[in-house]
Each structure stands twice: as C-alpha cells, then as structure tokens.
Design a protein around this ligand. Structure first.
Ligand code: NI
Length: 248
C-alpha cells in the first residue's frame, strides 16, 4: 500500500521514525508532504534514508503570510537538485481566512508553473475553495491528486477530466459522511488514491488518536465496502494508480 499524502515528520509526531520503520516492515510506503522549505528539506532527508519514503515538497497556505519570492527560488533549487515525486502540499484554503487570498493564489500559480516546468504531478489542498482551485488548474497542463477531497461528486468528475485523481482518507469512515460516500460510489476505482493525512484525520476505529499510514487499511476496507469489491482489489488498484501518477 502507498499512503499518497501524510506528514510523518519530526515537528508533527514524536514517534515518526518508529512509524516509518514499522510501515516498512508491513510493506507500506508513503509520500511525505512538506509545506515550507524547512519541512521540505526534512522530507528529502527522510526519502534519502528510508526506501519506503518518497518526497513531495511545496509551499502550502499555512505559511503564506511569511513566504517571500526567495521561498519560491529555494523551492525550485530543492526540486532541481533532489529526487522528488510531486509538488505538494500546495493549494488554497478559505476556511481559516480569505484575507490573504491574492497571495495564496499567487503562490499556487507559481508552483503550478514549476510543476509544468519540471513535469511533476501536484498534490492539491482545497478547502472551501473548490471552484477557484478548478478555475486555476484548468489553465495548466498538470496532473495530480485532489488531496482529502471534500467537494461534490459532480466537481470530482470535473477534476478527473482534467487528469486528476481523488484522494480519499479517514473522514470516509465517519458516520453520516453522505457526500464522501457518494463521491466514492460515483467515480471509478482507477481515479482513487489512498491517503491518511497523518497525523491528522484518523479513521474509525482510531478516530481522535494520532493518525499514521498504518491506518490506511481502514480506509481501503471502507472503500471496498462502498464499492462492493474486495479490500485486496482496492489495495492493488489504488497502489497501481499511485505508482503510475507519481512514477514510482
Ligand atoms: Ni496535508
């Protein structure tokens, strides 16, 4: 199995090294996502050290108020000089604030340009910003994944038409997630990627606890249940999807 989106990093979890090693012993790989150049460098170090770790690097909305053009230049240097599988986590988040919307959009577009330039897929964060995200993405020749997708089935189909996969994580296991279930029901398994967003969003039965890629199985089981196929099929198809998209 491949966890296509997690933050198994020192700043995020005390036991991150143990988690990486335990995942390796259980044949679980992970794409660790950075969000600023400090975490991006850490991701690259971990990927160089552990064979089950792949790196995605990017500048995400959380740090946006402090980012300068220099951060973009440094990001490009990291992309050029290291083996990475994607640019991410990047995107727009209007849930916390819309005040810095213009700056969010500027950094988002600049990183989509890098994606085109270096022919790398993107891992997209979109919270309460689905329409803007779509309107921007459609102008670029990029492929990637809509991480922790929370939009409608209709929009999911539009993203798939652009060449995107839909990332499904812990919340699919939560009671009453009618919208999430309708998305999984309505899109083909070829368009689904498994992810945890660890240490956040732990699936049932571990909801509320620290999440880790070891919980990926609960998400695969829930998708199998919704689609009426075996968990093995979900695992093998989504692993293929991830390998193809991220060139692993
Ligand atoms: Ni994330």
């Amino acid at each position: 199995m491949i966890d296509t989106h997690c933050h198994v990093l020192k700043e995020e979890m005390n036991n991150y090294i143990d988690i990486i090693k335990e995942c390796d012993s259980k044949d679980i790989s992970m794409i660790i996502n950075g969000y600023d150049n400090k975490s991006n460098k850490e991701v690259i170090e971990l990927a160089n050290k552990y064979s089950n770790v792949y790196s995605a690097i990017g500048l995400n909305y959380d740090g946006i108020d402090n980012f300068t053009y220099k951060d973009l230049e440094d990001l490009e240097e990291l992309i050029k000089s290291n083996k990475i599988v994607a640019i991410g986590e990047i995107g727009l988040d209007y849930y916390w604030t819309k005040d810095n919307k213009d700056k969010q959009i500027y950094f988002f577009k600049k990183q989509l340009e890098l994606s085109e330039k270096y022919n790398l897929p993107v891992i997209i964060h979109a919270r309460e910003s689905i329409q803007d995200t779509y309107d921007i993405l459609k102008n670029y020749k990029v492929k990637g994944t809509m991480h922790c997708y929370s939009g409608s089935l209709e929009m999911a189909k539009e993203f798939i038409k652009l060449g995107f996969k839909i990332g499904i994580d812990g919340p699919i296991t939560y009671k009453n997630n009618v919208k999430g279930v309708s998305v999984v029901e309505g899109i083909p398994i070829e368009s689904i990627l498994l992810e945890t967003d660890s240490p956040y969003l732990s699936p049932e039965p571990n909801r509320g606890l620290q999440n880790s890629p070891l919980n990926l199985i609960y998400i695969a089981e829930k998708i199998a249940d919704i689609k009426g196929i075996s968990t093995e099929e979900v695992i093998s198809k989504t692993t293929e999807n991830a390998k193809e998209l991220f060139n692993i």
